[in-house]
Design a protein around this ligand. Sequence first.
Ligand SMILES: Cc1cc2nc3c(=O)[nH]c(=O)nc-3n(C[C@H](O)[C@H](O)[C@H](O)COP(=O)(O)OP(=O)(O)OC[C@H]3O[C@@H](n4cnc5c(N)ncnc54)[C@H](O)[C@@H]3O)c2cc1C
Length: 395
Amino acid sequence: MNKEEQDIFRAETRAWLESNCPRSMREKVQEESDYYWGGKNGTFKNEDQKIWFERMLAKGWTVPYWHKKYGGGGLSAIENKILNEEMASLGCRKPLFSFGISMLGPALQKFATEEQKDKYLPEIVKGEIRWCQGYSEPNAGSDLAGLQCRADDMGDYFLVNGSKIWTSYGNKADWIFCLVRTDFGSKKQRGISFLLIDMATEGVSTRPIKLISGKSPFTETFFNNVRVPKENLVGELNMGWSIAKYLLTHERQMIGDMGKNDEQVKTHNIAIEHIGLQNGILADTILRTELAQHEMNEAIFEMTIERAIDEAKAGNNSGATSSLFKYYGTELNMERMELQLALSGNQELVMDNPANQNGLLANAMLRSKGNSIEGGTSEIQLNIIAKNILGLPNN
Ligand SMILES: Cc1cc2nc3c(=O)[nH]c(=O)nc-3n(C[C@H](O)[C@H](O)[C@H](O)COP(=O)(O)OP(=O)(O)OC[C@H]3O[C@@H](n4cnc5c(N)ncnc54)[C@H](O)[C@@H]3O)c2cc1C
């Protein structure tokens, strides 16, 4: 696509978004229900959310870069980038949030059979099935390969027994993609398989985990003699570790993306609103320095992402770059949230105050800490960067 074609695509995309994205779908997300997650029990918060989802789905733009045969938009990397940029500049919300899009889908495209792709990918694009992730166990988080949830081969089905923990939205999901142990004898990474399990199967249950905030975004998930059809195995038996790692690179990419500077204007506006300007510059010297440093960090992050994309295009990708972006993106997001709170003042720390939408900013700041844990902790990302990018010794 040459520059002229890109400009035409950009202009058409912008015009389409301007006339099709309802006003309220361009407002900043305030609460969980502002996201549409789909699924069998998925409900739209309002008519605008439904209209926006349906219009984007009709264009294949719930997952614009997936192949058209699965219902995606069939956009090239550059077209997808332009669409993202135009959506960001108009403030358009994503029409569908889903672990199917950001995590399972890429893994299925690489490892699943054609039958599995034809069955699961269109359901993800249409938001018909909500997926959750069954990786972590009480004694297998950072040491994920130590997982013990087991699937025994019973001839024409697997019998699954064990439990998972920290399953985000386990009580809302229809299906779970799950790592199970299918061989207890070999080296621990070699005895793991990747199974897709319908949460409605007899023997699957969840128990909410309540957080100090009173919210409960996680469950424990239990499998008690759960019969799983053989055709739900993705990839080869005992070879699920490669799929698990590949999926994690996509999860880390998604989490790291939170570091991108979509909120730059917001941080700037908060600074001007709460601190004010003196002779055209921010009145508080310390906060001005912190804001300037933060904006430089954001710019560096953006440029490094661009460079990595170009390097990947040239066939230069160590595979560990998702760890690099996950680590730095989450650090940057935490820095941003702390800064926005510091600029806004103490009143933002009051949690049950309608004037600050019940501590919206403070809650967002606390939630940003979780980003440095989910998808593999910051320490684990640093280990991967040390070993696979810097080439430091492995001990
Ligand atoms: C918001 C959120 C959502 C999540 N959603 C899901 C989900 O949907 N599905 C799912 O399966 N899991 C989910 N998790 C779980 C997450 O993947 C684990 O919490 C994470 O992998 C860490 O495992 P752990 O909690 O067992 O901590 P541990 O592994 O026990 O780690 C404890 C501490 O020790 C450090 N540590 C451990 N090993 C090393 C090492 N080798 N070198 C240096 N430091 C080390 C860690 O960095 C950490 O600080 C979620 C977690 C969070 C916070």
